[in-house]
Design a protein around this ligand. Structure first.
Ligand SMILES: Cc1ncc(COP(=O)(O)O)c(C=O)c1O
Length: 386
């Protein structure tokens, strides 16, 4: 093949290859290997009277596009995704699909920003909420008739409950209910909700996609081109766009997502198993543990169990003692980065009350697992000593 001939991305490569090869500039002589960061607020018009296709950098930016296309391909659609200023901007875009006064089925527990936004919109009369336990499929199905949209986050932050996404999506389709799935915890490497009937996938790209705790960004992926056009129009008018450098960093992070997730997930699986053996707490949630109440459903739906573990102590004080006893896990909010983080979630006033006071969420990173286990043992000793 001549150097001048553009090379298309080969179909049917495995996801671990795709994260490396998607979103590259055309392979022509002297082309850069990586997309350049385009720092320009406007673009030159095609003639004196008419804007070019790009117009203004709130409408489009060439640095977003490789990332938008790559995440969409990984999620299994050729409709490009849409990049947003944050995961919450992406979540807001999802709720913007509900007509004023519309009915939304939401989980009682999910990322507290999502729940907070939904409740605030409801308090303002913009929408009506039906709160459900997303793991209770009968309850969810009973809430669907007459609804406009159902919001799922699975596995859910931070309880790690798993919803039956295919069954809920199938029932939602029968009732004409739009299905949104926040896929932040699983990433498209472990779960592809569009392929089992969801309409919209939302990501906090801040987490596993960017992967280095140095970017705030969100992404929405849909499989319907008309829906994308609607979201694009709204993003342009709402101005909820990412900076080009953030999009570039997220794409750079994506290159190693498969490696990072493999390692962090293997670490999480081993830590969860060792925690299970060690005890010293009242509950342990990790969908990969055979003893976890949602293990069977997770095993049926996910290609991997992720890198988040929740440990529940019998009090906030004991949970705080556990966190204070850790030296390697950094006490900080967020997750999905290369470094291990820990926090007691109810320290946030906004955290849903269904989350136990003593719940500690571990975001397991890519460090050596024995070092991490030695650290967890320090935390358990500090909690036991209280
Ligand atoms: C599941 C989930 N969705 C959305 C968000 C919001 O993302 P961001 O912080 O990038 O706005 C978060 C943040 O923690 C999250 O955990």
């Amino acid at each position: 093949m001549s150097a001048e001939q553009p090379v298309q991305h080969p179909d049917n490569v495995s996801p671990s290859t795709a994260v490396v090869s998607l979103g590259r500039p055309e392979r022509t002589a002297d082309a850069p290997l990586n997309p350049p960061v385009v720092l320009s607020s406007t673009f030159v018009g095609s003639d004196p009277a008419v804007d070019g296709a790009r117009g203004y950098a709130r409408f489009s930016n060439p640095t977003w596009e490789p990332l938008e296309e790559a995440i969409a391909t990984l999620e299994g659609t050729d409709v490009p995704g849409l990049a947003y200023a944050s995961g919450m901007a992406a979540v807001s875009a999802g709720f913007s699909l509900v007509p004023i006064g519309g009915i939304v089925v939401v989980p009682g527990t999910a990322y507290n920003g999502t729940i907070g936004l939904a409740r605030e919109l409801a308090a303002d009369g913009a929408l009506t909420l039906r709160e459900v336990d997303p793991a209770d499929t009968d309850q969810v199905l009973a809430a669907l008739p007459g609804a406009d949209l159902i919001w799922l986050e699975s596995p859910v932050n931070p309880l790690l409950d798993v919803a039956d996404v295919p069954a809920i999506a199938a029932a939602a389709r029968e009732h004409g209910v739009t299905v949104v799935v926040d896929n932040t915890f699983s990433t498209p490497l472990r779960q592809r909700p569009l392929s089992v009937g969801a309409d919209v996938v939302v990501h906090s790209a801040t987490k596993f996609i960017a992967g280095h705790s140095d970017v705030i960004m969100g992404i929405v992926v849909v499989k319907d081109a008309e829906l994308r056009a609607k979201l694009l129009g709204r993003r342009t008018l709402a101005g909820s766009i990412p900076g080009p450098f953030e999009a570039w960093l997220a794409l750079r992070g994506l290159r190693t997502m498969s490696l990072r997730l493999d390692r962090a997930e293997a670490n999480a699986g081993m830590l969860a198993e060792r925690l299970h053996q060690a005890g010293g707490f009242s509950d342990l949630r990790y969908p990969g543990l055979p003893s976890d109440k949602h293990h069977a459903r997770a095993a049926a739906q996910l290609d991997g169990f992720g890198a988040i573990i929740s440990v529940v102590f019998d009090s906030a004080e004991r949970a705080n003692a556990f966190v204070a006893g850790l030296q390697l896990f950094t006490p900080a909010t967020s997750l999905g980065g290369v470094e291990s983080l820990v926090e007691r979630r109810r320290r946030h006033a906004a955290e849903p009350v269904d989350v136990p006071e003593g719940l500690v969420r571990l975001s397991v990173g890519i460090e050596d697992v024995d070092d991490l286990w030695a650290d967890v043992q320090r935390g358990l000793a500090a909690a036991a000593a209280l």
